[in-house]
Design a protein. Sequence first.
Length: 192
Amino acid sequence: MTAVAIKMYTEQEYLELERAAEYKSEYYRGEIFAMSGASRYHNRITENLSGEIYLALKGKSCQSFSRDMRVHIPENTLYTYPDLLIVCGKPEFRDQEFDTLLNPSVILEVLSSSTEGYDQGKKFHLYRSLRTLVEYVVIDSQEIRAAVYRKGSNGMWILASEAADLEGSIEIGHIGLTLKMADVYAQVEDLR
């Protein structure tokens, strides 16, 4: 049996292809990975989070971006699209296209069956290379479950807040926001 060669791309080749593409892809160490579409619940939860975060940030020096803002981590080459992110202070971009952010403060990922392991494992590990990242939030789209991981002053990441029912809440401490699970999962039926 012969091995199939994997085409490798430079970061510049990836960006040129990505900026012209009709669909989104991630990049890591020379390889390009197509992203799958999101479920109805995934989209509903993302919209609910976006609304809550917009209200919390109104009039503050932080701003949020949705899943169309690409993030790059130069230390490990990853280019990816978080479901939501928050940047406090002046956004820093890779180039003059202003479509690839380098300095998110908080990243939020809505988990789905196809991404749950990656989002909580390898991707979280890669995100931790971002010097500006202080909180990582994961929200499950298949069951009522959410967690906030926070970087301590010693650089170690800890589980800072979690909830597993509609009466619970999580706290994004960096922006002083308590998210009620009932608001996060509003109009999402059939989850336990």
